[in-house]
Design a protein around this ligand. Structure first.
Ligand code: LFR
Length: 475
């Protein structure tokens, strides 16, 4: 028997609603709605347009239910760390975008109370200036935390608007910096030391549990014939993507490649050594209690921001043509540090890349094709270093690299990754986050026949979406 679930998958540049059909020997995704996610800058900083996103989610779910009235559940995933504060059911202010730069003061304030080494021992998280705990510290400095009764991460906020239930899904909550890396629960001691109001952190729920059912008004708006459940999935998009890595053995590394590249391995236990902290590796919570031991490397953001800069004059850039030109560049191009903090905020990436090169005594790329080649070579170089470090620090064997997400379609980047790591790259599925979202819901609904472990789910993905293989160039 085949049944359907609906996946809401919100990325930093676009969102989508998909129907996922799952049955014996079947896994099929049908896109129902796709919409842009355009942040908005106002005087106090950069924000997500959260109401517009929610409106698109509701419209998309309505279409999904019209196409497939027998949808069994809804699951939501999005980017991590960002949140809304709630009081008496009302959102207090519009959520900030993690690329907003207001958090610097929050970082200092936090580290004055709990130093980076103590923090890492507690939360096992890589330092990123936008981790939720720093945003909350900035909020506290601005005096805007006092009124809040709860804090909801983005997928939890959407889930709340759909069901009225306030929960904190575990994988995404692990990116707040306020979960204990060993227990997986809110770190009471850390929250107390930081002087954060404990009451704002909702009950934690694991992927696969039910968040709630649609409130009647939403059910009516969606045209849902009955109270549909919203199911917790790996609501951190990267957690869902890692579920959908089509690995057929244990010795794999993954790159979840989209706006960011999340590069690492899956572990049973966290690694919180000083070397791991110094290398800035994170231990994020995965589905089924796994650890996503990884590093944020800047991703296709470098390319999309560069294209945006070039298009500022009104010119339209054709990306496939540009990528083709980049593939045929044979003069050497500079490799820059894609992880440099200067590349995080929106802006003129080609100018920043050129400045980085000049500062480091390298000749900056000249043509657009050279810039693109330089970006992709630099990403591949960063991936190779991250994978090597992940393996060394965790003791995990890596014999193959799975690239999932939008970047898996970038053939040049996949080939350069194989070349620079000396390992085969298996690319796909493109829609890994939605696939992982669908599979975790399907499992919760009892739709998976046979092996329901993560390995079992991955075997289904491997069978359904045959990855494209890139062999490393012989050196
Ligand atoms: C990827 C991602 C990363 C997270 C970044 C910011 O979409 O979720 O895992 O570090 O966005 O939230």
């Amino acid at each position: 028997m085949t049944a359907a679930v609906a996946a809401v998958d919100l990325g930093a540049t676009s969102g989508r609603v998909m129907l996922g059909y799952v049955g014996h020997d079947e896994l099929r995704l049908v896109p129902v709605a796709r919409f842009p996610n355009n942040p908005v800058r106002v005087l106090d900083g950069l924000h997500w347009n959260i109401l517009e996103l929610y409106r698109n989610v509701v419209v998309g779910l309505g279409s999904a239910l019209r196409e497939e009235p027998d949808v069994r559940s809804i699951g939501i995933d999005s980017w991590a760390v960002d949140y809304a504060l709630i009081r008496d059911g009302r959102m207090l202010g519009n959520p900030y975008h993690y690329r907003d730069d207001r958090t610097a003061a929050g970082v200092d304030a936090t580290h004055t109370i709990v130093g980076p080494a103590d923090l890492y021992a507690a939360n096992g998280l890589q330092f990123l200036p936008f981790n939720t705990l720093y945003q909350l510290a900035a909020e506290q400095l601005a005096g805007s935390l006092g009124a809040a009764q709860s804090m909801l991460l983005i997928p939890d906020l959407i889930g709340y608007w759909l069901t009225g239930a306030q929960r904190a899904e575990q994988t995404n909550a692990s990116t707040t910096g306020l979960l204990n890396v060993h227990t997986g629960g809110w770190d009471e001691e850390l929250i107390r030391r930081l002087g954060l109001p404990r009451g704002i952190f909702p009950e934690i729920v694991a992927p696969g549990s039910t968040v709630g059912t649609l409130v009647p008004a939403v059910a009516a708006e969606l045209g849902a014939s009955r109270a549909l459940p919203v199911s917790a999935v790996g609501s951190h998009d990267t957690a869902s993507a890692v579920v959908a890595v089509p690995a057929t053995g244990p010795d794999f590394a993954y790159i979840s490649s989209g706006t960011w590249s999340l590069v690492g391995v899956e572990l049973e236990h966290p690694v919180v050594s000083e070397d791991s902290r110094a290398a800035n590796f994170t231990n994020e919570g995965g589905v089924d209690g796994r650890i996503r031991y990884l590093q944020n490397v800047s991703g296709l953001w470098l390319l999309s921001e560069s294209v945006r800069s070039w298009e500022r004059g009104g010119e339209q850039i054709d990306l496939p043509t540009l990528l083709h030109a980049a593939a045929t560049v044979d003069a050497p191009v500079p490799v820059f540090d894609a992880a440099d903090a200067r590349f995080v905020a929106p802006g003129d990436m080609p100018a920043r890349i050129a400045a980085w090169c000049t500062e480091h005594g390298l000749v900056a790329p000249q043509s657009r094709a050279e810039f693109v080649r330089s970006i992709l070579e630099s990403l591949a170089d960063a991936y190779a270093r991250s994978i090597e470090t992940a393996a060394a620090l965790s003791g995990k064997q890596v014999s193959v690299i799975h690239v999932v997400g939008g970047g898996s379609q970038n053939a040049l980047l996949c080939q350069l990754t194989a070349d620079r790591t000396g390992l085969p790259v298996l690319a796909g599925p493109v829609e890994a986050t939605a696939v992982g979202n669908v599979l975790v819901q399907a499992r919760a609904q009892g739709l998976i026949a046979g092996d329901t472990s993560l390995e079992g789910l991955r075997a289904i993905v491997a069978k359904t979406f045959s990855p494209v293989r890139y062999e490393p160039a012989v050196r």
